[in-house]
Design a protein around this ligand. Structure first.
Ligand code: ASP
Length: 341
């Protein structure tokens, strides 16, 4: 009798102790748990050998202001509940319209003295993608890439046909003068006079890109460029090549690249970063660092921006990159040089 009463009391005490466990566990948690990141966006404005003495303070300030402006255009979309796809397009359009960057207005000249523009956009929800190369009359090539993605049976259009598709779908056109700037013209003359190599980064940096994750956890990527100063023979770089300069997959991440395009094509850089995250479970920074190191090992240079569905973003580059990022927790960074946080 006494023994069974003791057993009952012991069992009751054990139950009480068990009931207490969650309360103890709760107390062990930090008091103010940070909110999860609801949305985030990262942008780039090209990579290259960025040295402080080569970029006077006024120019640094102008680039930082331009990057901040584009970042805000994308962040505003996400803040108001918009999609990652709309955010990357909005940010890329601002950068295309800004003559500081090698995309849209301010694009570099080909050897024959014209602006041939490449762009791509990709939606991580369903891996839908649109890309254009060698466009000469469409004001915002990234908008045309999106029209290709949404309104055509194809993924990749080029040259006069791509501009024709733009006109048929009401995508704004511009005269070639819109894209041309005196500084890019001077750079072409310098390349010819000094007989510089194709990858002379000082004469071409300024490709633009954006990656984002929205409140629903969907990712998207966009990239736009004039390519390389003095490019010939209809050369197309990595920017509009899906999997090389641009990729987005909700199962992994969104990536936009900039740099010596031929190496990014050979590496399949943007897809490779997504594949490392999806198949090896690597973090965005680790995957991006690995792929940039492989590209550097092959002799290439440049950088990438990455956004993952959980809100993490990463920058990786060989020497410097115009870059910026923001998120729903109030992060707001604009940077150029390698030693900036
Ligand atoms: N990746 C671009 C291209 O090769 C150029 C750049 O990003 O600066 O066309």
């Amino acid at each position: 009798m006494v023994a069974s009463a003791v057993r009952v009391i012991l069992a009751a005490l054990a139950l009480l102790a068990l009931a207490d466990v969650p309360a103890q566990a709760k107390e062990a948690q930090p008091m103010a748990k940070p909110h999860p990141v609801r949305w985030s966006i990262a942008i780039h404005g090209g990579a290259g050998t960025m040295a402080r003495d080569k970029l006077p303070p006024e120019r640094q300030a102008a680039y930082r202001a331009a990057l901040g402006h584009a970042l805000e255009a994308g962040a505003a979309v996400l803040r108001s509940g918009g999609s990652a796809l709309d955010a990357v397009e909005a940010a890329a359009v601002v950068l295309e319209d800004d003559p500081h960057f090698n995309a849209g207005r301010g694009a570099v000249f080909t050897y024959n003295g014209i602006n041939e523009l490449d762009a791509a956009i990709m939606d991580g929800r369903n891996r839908a993608a649109g890309a254009v190369a060698g466009v000469t009359h469409t004001k915002n090539p990234v908008r045309l890439a999106r029209a290709v993605m949404e309104h055509g049976p194809h993924v990749f259009l080029s040259g006069a046909g791509a501009d024709e598709f733009a006109r048929e779908h009401g995508v704004e056109q511009a005269s070639p003068d819109w894209f041309a700037t005196p500084e890019r013209w001077r750079q072409l003359q310098e390349l010819k006079t000094r007989q510089l190599g194709w990858f002379d980064v000082d004469l071409k940096y300024g490709t633009v890109g954006a990656v984002a994750v929205d409140g629903q956890g969907h990712v998207a990527a966009a990239t736009s460029t004039g390519g390389l100063t003095g490019k010939r023979w209809g050369r197309i770089g990595d920017s509009p090549v899906i999997g090389a300069g641009t990729y987005a997959d909700d199962r992994a991440c969104a990536v936009s690249a900039t740099g010596t395009g031929e190496f990014f094509i050979r590496e399949g850089a943007a897809h490779e970063i997504c594949a490392r995250m999806r198949l090896l479970g690597e973090a965005p920074q680790a995957a991006a660092d690995k792929v940039i190191a492989e590209i550097a090992g092959m002799g290439g240079e440049g950088g990438v921006i990455v956004a993952a569905p959980d809100g993490r973003t990463a920058f990786a580059f060989t020497s410097g990159m115009f870059r910026a990022r923001a998120d729903s927790r109030g992060r707001h960074e604009v940077a150029i040089f390698a030693d900036e946080p």
